[in-house]
Design a protein around this ligand. Structure first.
Ligand code: NAP
Length: 441
């Protein structure tokens, strides 16, 4: 039987779990090429997961095992849509799997969103994680109040990173430009803004609990915002734990909280209405809400908060690819459980939107490979005579494309590791040219 050829676009968790699943399902009868527009692999593991959450980043060792097998290949520095088109890949590979994640910020769609020092979390997180497209963001941290919009784990990441002191980043791989900027930050009030209430937060307990153990910041929750304790019994266990933490924060005596110079305030029942400032943001206008059947309803009561920096952490959208059906409302590819059409699939955030943990992408990867196996069995992917990587290499040569291989990445990685601050695992390159130079000849 001729080997089947798969192209996976995106080398983040969804991409590598799909490759792992393909190996398990097809063994020697598959060749997988994993494309990435960056010369470095691992997507969100490298540039999304918080730099002080190194244990989560450790999962890349599992992906490396997959990457180092004969029938899987990393094809870095190749941007699908620019260097090669989707239909060209479809002509070369039996299956093309879009594992491109959701790299764009969802918009707040309120006036003032384009003011200076207002960022979406994709950009802000990319800044402290050294993503080449965000490294130059240069947020102004000279004001006193940061408003972080959203009550999910990304909002928690952003608030925690803004609150930490240099010593608390020991062992992290936060890039030096961000560490230095945070070191001189004057922010002493971080407001987490939620349009709904404590029972509707998306924060998970482990991550929320970290706010209670910061060196110079304390979480502040207004007791009056919390529902009757008896109502917690109706919550699913994870959320119940998170709400219990909020209750503990609310019960912390003022004099204990006052020992920490930075306040992380939970502002519930407040939906953003406008950002105000001249050139740069200065205030945020909010409307008080009430919850009706789980939804936030504006009451018409308007207030203003100071806001010297605004980071909106309200979710992400997948980047459309010309020629691939896109669900505009959901902000991801239009698909049926991962199948866009026979031969073209999507997986991870590109399939389901930005939800779940890194681990959620594992069953997703396995499920999409099941679909591919089904389509092969049904004959929808043809007889298996496509050219695969050999065909792609020919096309790359004709176009003069500069492929970065996994072996090249290992050299880049070595250079990042040897440039690390003391105690840090690596100092990431933050521009593509530097990455490419580091692979040597
Ligand atoms: P999320 O969990 O969906 O939270 C988004 C938040 O934004 C919600 O509180 C939502 O409120 C709010 N929001 C949405 N639209 C809004 C608007 N127009 N105005 C005001 N608020 C708005 O998304 P996320 O925090 O970006 O996280 C994405 C995924 O990554 C999640 O599955 C998360 O758990 C995961 N993640 C995990 C970790 C970790 O495990 N350490 C770290 C980071 C991210 P409503 O609920 O009212 O819509």
């Amino acid at each position: 039987m001729a080997a089947r050829h798969l192209a996976i676009i995106g080398s983040g968790p969804a991409g590598y779990y799909t490759a792992e699943a393909a190996q398990k399902a097809f063994g020697e009868n598959v060749r997988v090429d994993i494309f990435d527009s960056l010369p470095v692999p691992y997507g969100l593991i490298r540039s999304g997961v918080a730099p002080d959450h190194q244990s989560i980043k450790g999962v890349s060792r599992r992906y490396e095992k997959v990457a180092l097998t004969e029938n899987v290949r990393f094809v870095g520095n190749i941007c699908v849509g620019r260097d090669v088109q989707i239909d060209e890949l479809q002509a070369l590979y039996d299956g093309v799997v879009l594992a491109t994640g959701a790299p764009h910020d969802r918009g707040l769609d309120i006036p003032g969103e384009d003011l200076g020092n207002v960022f979406g979390s994709a950009k802000f997180v990319g800044w402290y994680n050294g993503h080449p497209q965000c490294a130059a963001l240069d947020p102004d941290l000279s004001g006193k109040t940061a408003v972080v919009i959203g009550m999910g784990n990304v909002a928690l990441d952003v608030a925690r990173i803004l609150a930490k002191c240099r010593a608390e980043f020991e062992g992290s791989d936060i890039v030096s430009h961000a560490l230095d900027a945070l070191d001189t930050s004057k922010i002493d009030r971080i407001v987490l803004l939620g349009r709904r209430g404590p029972h509707q937060i998306m924060m998970t307990p482990k991550e929320l609990g970290e706010l209670g153990h910061l060196a110079r910041a304390a979480p502040h929750v207004d007791r009056g915002d919390l529902p009757e304790e008896s109502e917690d019994a109706l919550l699913e266990p994870g959320l119940r734990k998170s709400v219990t933490l909020l209750r503990q924060f609310a019960a912390t005596p003022e004099h204990i909280k006052a020992e920490k110079p930075i306040a992380i305030e939970f502002a519930f029942f407040a939906q953003p209405k406008a950002l105000i400032g001249e050139g740069k943001v200065r205030e945020i206008e909010i409307e008080r809400t009430v919850i009706e059947r789980g939804r936030a309803i504006g009451t018409g009561e308007i207030a203003r908060l100071p806001a010297d920096l605004v980071v909106s952490c309200i979710g992400y959208r997948t980047a459309p690819i010309p020629g691939v059906p896109f669900d505009e409302r959901a902000g991801r590819f239009a698909n049926d459980e991962g199948r866009i059409l026979p031969g073209l699939y999507c997986v991870g955030w590109a399939r389901r939107g930005p939800s779940g943990t890194i681990g959620t992408n594992r069953p997703d990867g396995y499920a999409v490979v099941d679909l591919i196996a089904e389509d092969i069995a049904a004959g929808s992917l043809g007889p298996g005579a496509k050219k695969g990587r050999e065909g792609f290499d020919k096309l790359a040569e004709e176009r003069g494309l500069d492929i970065v291989t996994f072996r090249d990445w290992k050299k880049i990685e070595e250079a990042e590791e040897s440039a690390a601050r003391e105690g840090a695992p690596r100092e990431k390159f933050t521009d593509i040219e530097a990455m490419i130079r580091a692979r040597g000849d």
